[in-house]
Design a protein around this ligand. Structure first.
Ligand SMILES: [Fe+2]
Length: 360
């Protein structure tokens, strides 16, 4: 073989090698193994949050009857609030024993992320001492051992790739974020609370310190890679609200630089992005125009513990706020080449109470 052809083969091999490894490698050198392609074709993606395991949860039966293709538990999936493995396992066992949970589990594919109460403490972040134990219990319960990208990774984030079920199928990427394991402390509004060790109870104020983070360095790097994957639609699940700047509560707006970073990333690529979130004990659909794009955040909470704290101002809200028990649903309408979405909130009886048509 001539030197020239060896050289050309060398270059071709290098390009092949780089294209396979370089864009998909994490800081630790391990390749990103997700999004994981899933065989199931999907039309309805349902989701919900904030389930009190010691209370009845008839809404789980309604969700099972509505037969979604996926269900995403968006956090506070149990109220464990503990640093005892025994107590945390007991909380999950109560959820497991619910007939509605078993019906849903057998009928649909389930995913889960966590929020503070199943993480183990109110409004807790990356400095929570019990986080490794609660992560192990979370991964055992949600049977994440058979989902390779989760199992070795610190934290509970992952990404999956589906195709939609209609006559003009689209590629749908489901991105699940971990907003707890790596999050910096929020800034308490009353300045003396942190000094007295009374943190993690709010109200909070926005903090523009550039060193603070919600996702942490590695998850950000992973997320940048996820947004480079070819998909027609990305659904991004965050336990806490992404768009609403609800005064004083746990939202991405508490760290405005992180929120901008997320929206910049979402705007820097062509695929439509819809956020889904929970945590708030009411439901609402927010929409924000940002860099000539429109982003939605469909918030569904609570599955069986609705609380009405009174009216809350949210200039981004579309339509009304719904304060009864609820779940959310994204319906993909892809019977024509120009697909669209119905972003919905449904009540305990499975009736649609909020609906926004999203035309990408
Ligand atoms: Fe929460």
């Amino acid at each position: 073989m001539k030197t020239g052809s060896v050289f050309r083969i060398g270059i071709a091999t290098s390009i092949l090698f780089l294209s396979q490894v370089f864009p998909a490698q994490s800081a630790t050198g391990a390749p990103f193994r997700d999004p994981v392609p899933r065989a199931r074709a999907i039309q309805d993606i349902a989701f919900g949050s904030c389930l009190r395991q010691e209370r009845p949860a008839p809404i789980l039966e309604s969700i099972a009857e509505s037969a979604p293709d996926l269900f995403v538990f968006l956090g506070d999936n149990v109220y464990a609030d503990t640093t005892s493995e025994i107590v945390m396992n007991q909380a999950y066992r109560k959820l497991w024993e619910k007939e509605g949970f078993q019906k849903l589990r057998k009928k649909t594919e389930i995913h889960a992320i966590w929020d503070d109460h199943d993480y183990g403490a109110n409004d807790a972040g990356g400095d929570f001492s019990f986080r490794q134990q609660s992560e192990r219990i979370f991964k055992q319960f949600w049977q994440i051992a058979d989902r390779s990208p989760y199992q070795d990774r610190e934290g509970v984030y992952a990404s999956f790739l589906y195709r939609s079920a209609g006559s003009h199928p689209i590629k749908v990427q489901l991105i699940l974020l971990d907003s707890r394991s790596f999050r910096s402390p929020w800034k308490e509004k009353p300045w003396w609370k942190s000094l007295l060790g009374l943190g993690n109870s709010g109200p909070y104020v926005p903090d523009r310190d550039p060193d603070l983070t919600i996702l942490g360095k590695e998850q950000w790097e992973w997320l940048r890679h996820q947004f480079s994957v070819q998909a027609d639609l990305r659904i991004v699940a965050s336990s806490i609200q992404v768009l609403s700047g609800a005064d004083g509560w746990e939202t991405w707006s508490n760290l405005p630089l992180e929120k901008e970073r997320l929206l910049d990333l979402a705007s820097s690529q062509p695929s439509p992005v819809v956020f889904i979130s929970g945590d708030r004990h009411f439901a609402e659909i927010s929409a924000l125009r940002y860099r000539n794009r429109v982003f939605y955040d469909v918030t569904s909470s609570s599955l069986n513990q609705p609380l009405d704290f009174g009216e809350e101002e949210n200039p981004l809200r579309r339509g009304n706020r719904f304060a009864g028990a609820n779940f959310g649903r994204i319906r993909i309408n892809d019977s024509r080449a120009s697909w669209n979405l119905d972003l919905q909130i449904l009540d305990q009886a499975g009736r649609v109470v909020l609906n926004e048509r999203y035309m990408p």
